[in-house]
Design a protein around this ligand. Sequence first.
Ligand SMILES: Cc1cc2nc3c(=O)[nH]c(=O)nc-3n(C[C@H](O)[C@H](O)[C@H](O)COP(=O)(O)OP(=O)(O)OC[C@H]3O[C@@H](n4cnc5c(N)ncnc54)[C@H](O)[C@@H]3O)c2cc1C
Length: 446
Amino acid sequence: MNDKLPDSITYLVVGAGVHGLSTAWHLAMELEARGKGSGADVIVIDKTGPGAGATGIACGCVRNLYMTEPLHAILRHSIDVWNYDPVAFGFQQVGYVSCGEANQLADYERIHKSQNSVGYASDLFTGKDARDHLTKIWPDFKHHSIDVVLHEKPSGYAGTRQAVNGLVEMCRRHGVRIFPRVELQAYDITNGRLSAVHTTAGTVRCDAAILGLGAWIPDHWKMLGKPMTLDVGYANGERVAGKDMWTYWRLEEGEIYHDAPYYSGDGRNPPVLHIELMNTPVTDPKTGKELLDNVYVYWKNGTERMERPGIQGGVMPVMLGPEAQVEPYGPANSKYQPGPEFPDYMTACMEMFMDRFKGARERFKERRSGGIGAFTPDNVPIFDWIFDNIYLIADSNHGFKMTGVGKLVAKHLVSGDAVAELQPFAFSRFAEGRAFGAGTTHSPWV
Ligand SMILES: Cc1cc2nc3c(=O)[nH]c(=O)nc-3n(C[C@H](O)[C@H](O)[C@H](O)COP(=O)(O)OP(=O)(O)OC[C@H]3O[C@@H](n4cnc5c(N)ncnc54)[C@H](O)[C@@H]3O)c2cc1C
């Protein structure tokens, strides 16, 4: 970390989360590779420090289960980034197994086909084959109404703090300077072009700024005079007038203690498991009372935040609306702490699908958890210029799945060429009737 903020720089990255750090590191490599400069031309500022936002508290799951097909190619780049140094990033390429009911079959088939067409290998199983596949991995699996399974091979999970530390280290190795406790407070923009930013540590002139501001993006959007509502045209011809530009959601994740090794039948670290059964209720294992009329849960081995072995998982996020109190962020914010219904439901789901989780509610680690995220009008990321020289990375809360975006953005910035994988995520899609649409899911992510 550095003390003296320069008064001018070529690339100013704002926000030291997964996107800011990945972009800064890749900018350095791209500049070096093209003989156009080096990491000395890039700085990152963060009002707190690396990993102070969602990046520092996420589950770190990396999956590619999206109806939005252009995301499949982005994910392929993200896996390349994690595999650049899986040890430094704590990346466990264990795979990702998603389970659905028969009503999701057509969606799963489409996703499977699209994933494989971009070189993201996945296997699709249906009916008895799907259930047998699950039993092979988890011998105590109880299938309920599961009828389709997609097994993504390149997916897995990254260590949360490990990923932050690893990305900081990559920046450091390439000479990128990171300035914690430097808050951007105002932008100097003339005729659509940024000339300087004002920060708590002084004014910085820059040629280009890259914003990776996570849940703080709406504040900056407002500061930059951008519209807080817009008319959205979807690819299916539907139009919605006056939609909120940003909607906050609360992400709920937690852990249970699990002292016995959480292994698959063949003694390996099992894939991340994701189950969404839209027509299957979840009941309290003790009282038999219905907790919710559908299943939406995911979990994975291990967690960085526990003093004993454990499992970390999460459930469907909760929509908050266009206004939210971002500060203090994450577990420090008392307003957004989940009630007991969250552990009741998460552990009931776990017990419902595997015998090994019997009594999981008693093993839930009681602690403050979760955080909020700002989602775009179609819940799909925006990667685009929002002024002549201000590039926005608004991931709509897909961060660990999108580490490859920094690599692609760096390529675009340094080469000046359009990058095909980023183009579907342009802001203009809302006005031009190319916003992304729905799939068979309750999830905001389609
Ligand atoms: C509980 C939870 C679980 C999640 N689980 C997963 C998961 O399993 N898989 C997955 O892919 N994604 C997950 N996500 C989403 C993922 O964490 C985010 O999408 C991602 O981390 C966002 O990264 P970012 O770099 O855009 O923003 P952030 O990590 O939020 O970083 C933004 C940074 O900007 C800084 N900042 C804010 N304002 C200013 C300012 N004015 N000046 C300077 N700096 C400023 C902040 O201090 C912060 O460090 C989860 C999110 C949450 C909250």
